[in-house]
Design a binder for this molecule. Sequence first.
Ligand SMILES: [Zn+2]
Ligand SMILES: [Zn+2]
Length: 384
Amino acid sequence: MTPTPSLGPQRLRIGEGYISGYASIFLALLALAAVGCFHYPEYLTIPEFREVYTGEAMKTLLMSGIVASFLFATVSFLLSRRKRLPLLGIALATAAVVLGGFAVQARSVEATSWHLGLDWLVLDLLLMSVIFVPIELAFPKNLRQSRFHAEWRTDLVYFAVSHLFVQFFGVITQAPARLLFGHLGLAPLQSWVHGLPLLLALPLALFLTDLFQYATHRLFHSHVYLWRFHSVHHSTQAMDWLAGSRTHFVDIFATRAISFIPLYVCGFSPLAFNCYVLFVSIHAVLIHANTRLKFGFLKYLFVTPQYHHWHHGDDPAHYGINFAIHFPLIDKVFGTYYLPGNEWPAATGVHEAAYPKGYVKQLVYPFTKSPFDHDLHVEEQSSR
Ligand SMILES: [Zn+2]
Ligand SMILES: [Zn+2]
């Protein structure tokens, strides 16, 4: 029998003051981080990303975030009998103001040898929550699943690490392609691809990377030692927009390094590359989201939540399907396509595997032990 996944507390409902309370705290924390970015841009923001936005726009966003945090706190205060959430939101938003939330100015900075991607973390977290929190509230797949599933803190750490250390991830995942293909005479091909219109370049970039991703993904599923690392991603029993971030470092490194090869070899224009990154960032989150949103005929063209949830299904009868990340066509061609009407898998996860809780333990564990040895089950049960 499949164990019932732990789904945490009851689902949050609109009108109880909890959602507004959490929104107030969340926005105030983002505002605090943004204030830090304004004070120490050379160490906390990404030079390439600073080119994409303007200081003025970011300042307007920061001030709006603080004001919204106070407004959400007020709503929560009026609706909820528990005043702890709005009071914490007000305290954090006040701290953001005191530290310069309304006074900070963007300034030009000298390049430094290292930087964190705090600006990328704040903006992507804001964008993803603005898109997916309302979608999951309005069109949930799993009605019982709370916004805060049992291991949401761990998943948030995964999200934060992959954004904060974006410089490190960028360098090491691009190194193999540069090392292997840097000396080839690729200029004619690259200048042709560079000149392609965006509407052709973007699908081409997505399709080529998906082919490479497909091969890597299947390898991670079929090789016993590699599966230890990739099964961390499959260990989530409560699929939602944040849970998809749970991916082991080895998995991220190999998958990104290999899918960067076609991008590097073809030499897509910076515009096509940036659109690719934006599309992938949103799409990767969407396919894990806890939403039943229907996509009509698009579900046969693009990977949707239903399609990727089947890949995460915990029933061994349906293992080894839907490896493609963007285009189901690739699974069709290689015989791994599965999409039964409007049905969804009964549950997700890898119920025969057991992982320690927390980011650091999950990072170290697969190097030395297999989650399928069941040592951990025994350890956990004996420590209860
Ligand atoms: Zn997989
Ligand atoms: Zn996934």
